[in-house]
Design a protein around this ligand. Structure first.
Ligand code: FAD
Length: 286
């Protein structure tokens, strides 16, 4: 079976970033994504930019766009007003997240805000206006009391009305497959989509992995340490992502969600390496 794909972008901060996002979208659109999503800056910092990017992409391409939304630094009313403004603009898909505080501070709910992702999902579901995706953590999230706590919390998000989940990135297929098994054993039967990160910047990704609890296999750390220049690093990034996706697909995974980092070439080359046929001729990166 041919897998379906989706792509995650971050909202541009300036004109150059807008061109880059547009180019990324143009290069990846021929792979006919089931949806694309646009992130919401940590601490709610890109609220308006996310909104503009979501509606611009949806309006110009007709691709379903999922808007990320977090609970950080906003009242319940403000958060629900953002969700409603998406619904009014025809954007029905929300990736509902608790979010993180700026600079790695422990999460603190706004006094009038949602205290957790479960509360946010419940409130969004009560409006009946959205299809709700949530985050999932195959490796222990830093706020999880124990390894199984992430499965239990994910089950609560589905009970609250979420319809599917996208995972944090990970480097080994086994990590996802074991998590999928644990979710199934806990009675979760909703779709859980693996989040795949083709590594565009090893220094950034290794720092981020340390903060979010993603384990880095020694072979991956060694490979990037030994890669002598940008081209070798890209080739290695492509090789490990292709191997990971290949293993997932052979284990019955039907959908891949790619964290593009607004960089089209790695995602395009990864999908090409996996044998996915673009529906239109592929474009070169500008
Ligand atoms: P939650 O599931 O709410 O929490 C993570 C874990 O912490 C839970 O599994 C549980 O073990 C524990 N936990 C949390 N709250 C409680 C509680 N009240 N009681 C008991 N246990 C609890 N961040 C952004 O700022 N913007 C984005 O656009 C963004 N996009 C993301 C997209 C995806 C697919 C993923 C996986 C993450 C994304 N993040 C984003 C990061 C996310 O905001 C952080 O990982 C945050 O720390 C957790 O949010 P959550 O809703 O995913 O997790």
């Amino acid at each position: 079976m041919t897998p379906t794909v989706s792509f995650e972008f971050f909202p541009p901060k300036d004109i150059a970033g807008s061109f880059r996002l547009w180019d990324t979208l143009g290069v990846l659109q021929p792979f006919d994504p089931a949806f694309v999503s646009v992130t919401y800056g940590a601490g709610g910092t890109t609220r308006d930019l996310t909104h503009q990017a979501v509606t611009a992409i949806g309006g110009a391409t007709g691709i379903p766009v999922a808007a990320h939304l977090t609970c950080v630094d906003a009242t319940r009313d403000e958060t629900l007003a953002i969700a409603e403004s998406y619904a009014e603009a025809g954007v029905r898909d929300i990736v509902a997240l608790r979010g993180d505080m700026p600079e790695g501070a422990p999460f603190e709910a706004h006094p009038d805000g949602f205290a957790s992702s479960v509360e946010l999902v419940e409130a969004l579901a009560a409006t009946g206006r959205h299809r709700i995706r949530v985050g999932a953590y195959p490796e222990r999230h830093p706020d999880a009391a124990h390894a199984q706590a992430d499965v239990e919390f994910l089950a609560r998000k589905f009970d609250a009305g979420a319809h599917s989940a996208i995972t944090q990135f990970f480097f080994e297929a086994e990590t996802f497959l074991r998590f999928r098994d644990r979710c199934a054993a806990a009675g979760i039967d909703a779709p859980i989509v693996p989040g795949i990160l083709p590594v565009a910047s090893w220094s950034g990704v290794s720092k981020f992995a340390a903060n979010c609890g993603a384990q880095i296999p020694q072979t991956v750390a060694d490979g990037f340490a030994n890669a002598k220049g940008a081209t070798e690093r890209d080739l290695f990034a492509l090789a490990i992502a292709a191997e990971l996706c290949d293993e997932l697909l052979s284990e019955g995974v039907e959908h891949l969600h790619l964290y593009t980092m607004n960089r089209p070439d790695l995602s395009r080359d990864l999908l090409t390496a996996l044998g996915l046929q673009p529906r239109q001729p592929l474009r070169d990166v500008a």
